[in-house]
Ligand binder design. Structure first.
Ligand SMILES: [Zn+2]
Length: 520
C-alpha cells in the first residue's frame, strides 16, 4: 500500500522511490481499553517501528489501516504463569495468540531452564510469535545443584552451587525465582533453603513466585511459609494459581484473601494469579505421597514391589484423600498417558474398569500406582468450587494467567486453559456473569502483570509503549474448548499485534514472528 511517486506526463512509476507513510499501522474507530482500568474511549492508535506513537487522534498516513469499529482495542495480554520450556518447538504458539496473549512468562512451579542465556538465544533464533520471559525454577536448580533427587537438605557446597545458579540466571535476565513445593524435589526443601535462594533473587530485585506447599486446608500453613520467605528477604511475592482445592477446603477463599491482605498491611508486597476454571492439571503422581519418589523411577518401582512399603504408601494415599474430602478418584481424569493413550480423557474409575475390570477404590489405587511405574501420566483434577474462584477473581491484585503451555491441535487431552483462559474470562465472567467490568478484566491481563513483573513499556496503551495490541469483539469472544473436547482455539480476536508486527490478521495467522526473548 506504499504510494508510488509519479513524475512527468507519461506517468512513470519509479518503483524505487516509494514515499514512506507516516506510520506502519493505524487502528481506527476502536473502543480503547487501555489496560490501566480507566474507562474505555473511542479513538485510534498509530504504530511505527514497533512502538505506539499516537493515541486518540487520527492524522497522517499509514501503510496499513484497520477499522476496528464496534470492537475493543486492548494491550496484548501478559500471561505470567505458563509452562513453555518447549516454545521453540511450537514458535507460533497459536493457542496463546488466539486468546490475545502476546507475552508469556515461563519457568513456573519450580521448573525451568537453568541455562537462561542459552534459552533466550534459542528463542531468538527460533522466531517466536510472542515475547517470552522466564523465571529460574527452584526444583531445576535443586536437581542440578544436588546431582539428582534427594530427600535431604543440601550440604553447604551444594547450597552454594544452587545460589550461584540463581545468581547467574538473574544476571542473564530471569525475572525471579519460582518454587513448586508440592513437587519433587522442591517438596523436600525446608524454608531456610528457599530463603537462601530468595535472598539472591532479591539482590537483583527479582520476584518470588510460588506454587505453595499446599492448596488444600493446609493452605494457611503454606501461606505462613510464603510470608516468612518474603519477610526474611524483603522480596516481592506472587502466589501462583491461587485456589483452594478439595471439598473440605471449599469456602475458605475469603479467609485466604484476608490473610493475604493482613500480610500486605504489614508491608509485604504480594500479588497473585489465577486461571478461570474449577479444575487444575498436574501429574497423576501428586496423588501418591512424595516420599515414594526419592531417587529415580526405578527406586519408586522398588518401593512398590516391597509389600510393606507399598502398604504404607497406600495408607498415606487414604489419609490424603480423607483430608481433602474425597471418597475416591472420580475427580481425576487422565490427560496424557504415554504408555496407553487410549486412557486419555478417562476418569480414574473409568480407566480402572477398563484396565482392571473393576472400579473399586482398591483398583483405582492399584491403577494409579501402576501408571506411575510405567511412564507416569498427567491428569486434570476437578477439585475447586466456583464461588471460591469468583471470590479470588474479584480481588484487585489477582491477575489472569493460564498455567498452560504451547499446544498442538488434537494432541492428548490437555486442560482447556491453554486455549481459552483469557477468552473465558471475557466471555463468562465479564459478558455473561458481569463479575468484572471489561476494563478491570483487561487490567488483570495487562497493566497489573506488566507492573508486577517490571515489564517496561508493556501492558498499557500509551505513547511510546511497545505495540503489543489485540482487537476483539466483546460480543463474540468465546472459549469453545471444554474438558472433554479441549482442542479449539479461542474465538473473537480479529487482530493480534506483537512489537508492531501483525501476527493475527482478520482472524488468520500470518507468517510474522515478531516476538522474542524478554530479559529482565
Ligand atoms: Zn503450579
Amino acid at each position: 500500500m506504499k504510494k508510488a511517486l509519479r513524475i512527468g506526463a507519461w506517468g512513470w512509476a519509479l518503483s524505487g522511490l516509494a514515499l514512506a507513510a507516516d506510520f506502519d499501522l493505524r487502528i481506527t474507530n476502536a473502543r480503547i481499553v487501555d489496560g490501566t482500568g480507566a474507562a474505555a474511549f473511542v479513538g485510534s492508535v498509530a504504530v511505527k517501528d514497533g512502538r505506539i506513537v499516537q493515541v486518540g487522534a487520527a492524522e497522517g498516513t499509514a501503510d496499513e489501516v484497520i477499522d476496528a469499529k464496534g470492537r475493543v482495542l486492548a494491550p496484548g495480554f501478559i500471561d505470567v504463569h505458563t509452562h513453555s520450556e518447549d516454545i521453540c518447538t511450537l514458535p507460533a504458539a497459536e493457542n496463546f495468540l488466539r486468546m490475545g496473549v502476546t507475552t508469556i512468562i515461563t519457568g513456573n512451579c519450580g521448573n525451568s531452564r537453568t541455562d537462561v542465556a542459552a534459552f533466550f538465544e534459542e528463542i531468538g533464533k527460533a522466531g517466536v510469535s510472542v515475547n517470552v520471559a522466564t523465571l529460574i525454577g527452584h526444583n531445576s536448580v535443586r536437581k542440578q545443584g544436588m546431582n539428582g533427587v534427594s530427600i535431604r537438605a543440601p550440604r553447604a557446597d551444594e547450597l552454594a552451587e544452587m545460589k550461584r545458579l540463581v545468581d547467574q540466571a538473574m544476571k542473564e535476565g530471569a525475572v525471579g525465582l519460582s518454587t513448586g513445593l508440592i513437587y519433587v524435589p522442591g517438596t523436600f526443601a525446608k524454608t531456610d533453603e528457599i530463603v537462601a535462594l530468595a535472598h539472591v533473587a532479591a539482590e537483583h530485585d527479582g520476584i518470588y513466585v510460588s506454587h505453595m506447599r499446599a492448596e488444600t486446608l493446609k493452605i494457611f500453613e503454606a501461606l505462613e511459609e510464603f510470608t516468612t520467605i518474603l519477610r526474611e528477604t524483603g522480596i516481592r511475592g506472587q502466589v501462583s494459581h491461587l485456589k483452594v482445592t478439595g471439598p473440605s477446603a471449599w469456602g475458605k477463599s475469603g479467609e485466604v484473601l484476608k490473610r493475604l491482605d493482613q500480610a500486605r498491611a504489614e508491608g509485604l508486597r504480594i500479588t497473585h494469579d489465577q486461571y478461570a476454571y474449577t479444575a487444575s492439571s498436574t501429574g497423576l503422581r501428586q496423588t501418591i505421597p512424595d516420599s515414594a519418589f526419592e531417587g529415580t523411577r526405578d527406586d519408586y518401582r522398588a518401593r512398590i514391589a516391597d509389600p510393606a512399603m507399598k502398604a504404607r504408601i497406600i495408607a498415606q494415599m487414604a489419609e490424603n484423600r480423607a483430608r481433602a474430602g474425597y471418597k475416591d478418584y472420580s475427580h481425576a481424569v487422565i490427560a496424557k498417558f504415554a504408555s496407553d493413550p487410549s486412557l486419555n480423557g478417562k476418569s480414574i474409575p473409568e480407566a480402572a474398569k477398563i484396565v482392571r475390570g473393576s472400579d473399586s477404590l482398591e483398583d483405582q489405587v492399584e491403577l494409579i500406582l501402576d501408571i506411575e511405574t510405567r511412564s507416569g501420566a498427567s491428569a486434570v483434577y476437578h477439585g475447586m468450587h466456583e464461588d471460591d474462584l469468583t471470590r479470588f477473581m474479584k480481588h484487585p491484585l489477582t491477575m489472569v494467567a493460564s498455567d498452560g503451555g504451547p499446544r498442538r491441535l488434537g494432541e492428548d487431552m490437555p486442560h482447556p486453559r491453554s486455549y481459552g483462559n483469557n477468552a473465558r474470562v471475557l466471555a463468562r465472567y465479564v459478558r455473561e456473569q458481569k463479575i468484572l467490568t471489561i476494563e478491570e478484566a483487561v487490567r488483570k491481563m495487562a497493566a497489573l502483570p506488566a507492573e508486577t513483573f517490571q515489564m517496561k513499556d508493556r501492558g498499557v496503551i500509551r505513547l511510546g509503549g511497545f505495540a503489543d495490541l489485540v482487537i476483539f469483539d466483546p460480543e463474540l469472544v468465546n472459549d469453545p474448548s471444554s474438558f472433554p473436547d479441549p482442542h479449539h482455539y479461542a474465538e473473537g480476536f480479529s487482530h493480534v499485534i506483537v512489537n508492531g508486527g501483525v501476527v493475527i490478521r482478520d482472524g488468520k495467522l500470518t507468517d510474522t514472528r515478531s516476538g522474542g526473548p524478554l530479559r529482565r
